[in-house]
Design a binder for this molecule. Structure first.
Ligand code: SF4
Length: 186
């Protein structure tokens, strides 16, 4: 008697999350990203200076962005931002970057996505309670901030994440806001 065809793996009906750390995976975390993240935190001062120069350049390009359209620039700029910051910071594209206030340690890599300091679960060795092999991003943020000129910005209280900005370019948002503030004489 012929064998009945085996049923394939059942397809999951669970939809992908629309918000949240969509690419977050404790198991899939590559050591390379942790190594690069550690490098960025150690060189926070250099990256701070680099970003200041870069953001001034972007601000000078504001007329060009306006002519071309910020909306049209969004996709290519976000693509570059995702790749550059992905390598350096393991960026999660929250769209409202606060690396300048967190010692170049991305707070969105915290499994709890805390934006105002660590939870109460930091291990004695300074590692995360959820991912024991990962140093707490806030312990690292403090270390990185001590290397920066504007390091005390880590004490500023951050607003909740605006989920509407997720996956958008933080570079463009900062540039547009700075250009508008300059125009209004703020
Ligand atoms: S704070 Fe947001 S934009 Fe900045 S590196 Fe982290 S996820 Fe990316």
């Amino acid at each position: 008697m012929p064998e009945a065809p085996k049923a394939g793996p059942a397809k999951s009906a669970t939809p992908k999350p629309v918000v949240g750390p969509v690419r977050f995976s404790a198991d899939g975390r590559r050591p390379r990203t942790l190594t690069m993240r550690a490098w960025s935190i150690r060189h926070a001062r250099f990256l701070e200076a680099l970003y200041n120069t870069f953001s001034s350049t972007l601000l000078r390009l504001d007329p060009l962005f306006r002519k071309f359209g910020y909306g049209r620039a969004e996709r290519p700029v976000a693509l570059v931002e995702r790749n550059v910051k992905g390598v350096l910071f393991d960026c999660r594209m929250c769209g409202q970057c606060i690396l300048s206030s967190t010692g170049m340690s991305c707070p969105m890599n915290c499994p709890k996505q805390l934006r105002n300091g660590p939870c109460g679960g930091v291990r004695a060795n300074g590692h995360c309670e959820v991912i024991p092999e990962m140093p707490c991003v806030w312990v690292k943020a403090w270390e990185g901030s001590r290397n920066m000129i504007a390091g005390n910005a880590i004490l500023d209280v951050q607003p909740p994440v605006n989920q509407a900005l997720r996956e958008t370019s933080s570079w463009l948002t900062v540039t547009r806001n700075a250009a508008e503030a300059r125009k209004n004489g703020d």
